[in-house]
Design a protein around this ligand. Structure first.
Ligand SMILES: [Zn+2]
Ligand SMILES: [Zn+2]
Length: 162
């Protein structure tokens, strides 16, 4: 009985990674791209230091306002032709809103969904990976598109020269 209670309690209460990936999902609702909506949360010692979602640069019309995303229209595959969507990525927006000290050794959580609100694999693109490395972020947690998530040490990307 005691064991049952313990297992049950563990299931009812999310751990830190589950908690922050859930917040990243909530943040993604603010995204302005028609193709995909991503949210990012940066934490340091389990305290949120920054959040971001993908959207057009300040003062520029976003995909929602224009009513189209060229990347979506042309069905550009994942990882290609980012110049066709005007969005600043969620990871980039979260990084530019944090200080150098906050970013060093921090964790970034990324989660997103596509236009039919299906959760998608939220591995950062090449440009965001480079930015995460230079920000000295130490841990990356992203949605695996199946209601779970992957935990990565960004130093692993160095070998592939992203
Ligand atoms: Zn777009
Ligand atoms: Zn990116």
């Amino acid at each position: 009985m005691m064991l049952c209670m313990k297992v049950l309690r563990k299931k009812m209460r999310p751990d830190w990674d589950e908690y922050f990936i859930g917040i990243a999902k909530a943040v993604s609702a603010r995204a302005t791209c028609l193709r995909r909506k991503y949210g990012a949360v940066i934490t340091k010692d389990n305290i949120i230091v920054s959040t971001g979602y993908n959207g057009a640069p300040a003062g520029m019309k976003d995909c929602l306002e224009v009513g189209k995303c060229t990347r979506k229209e042309l069905q550009i595959p994942h990882g290609e032709r980012y110049e066709l969507c005007h969005s600043v990525h969620a990871e980039a927006n979260a990084i530019i809103r944090a200080s150098v000290d906050e970013l060093r050794g921090a964790t970034i959580y990324i989660a997103g969904s596509d236009s039919s609100e299906r959760e998608c694999v939220s591995e950062p693109c090449m440009m965001c990976k480079r930015m995460i490395l230079n920000a000295r972020i130490a841990k990356v947690v992203y949605s695996d598109g199946r209601n779970g998530f992957k935990v990565i040490d960004p130093k692993k990307w160095l070998k592939k020269r992203v």
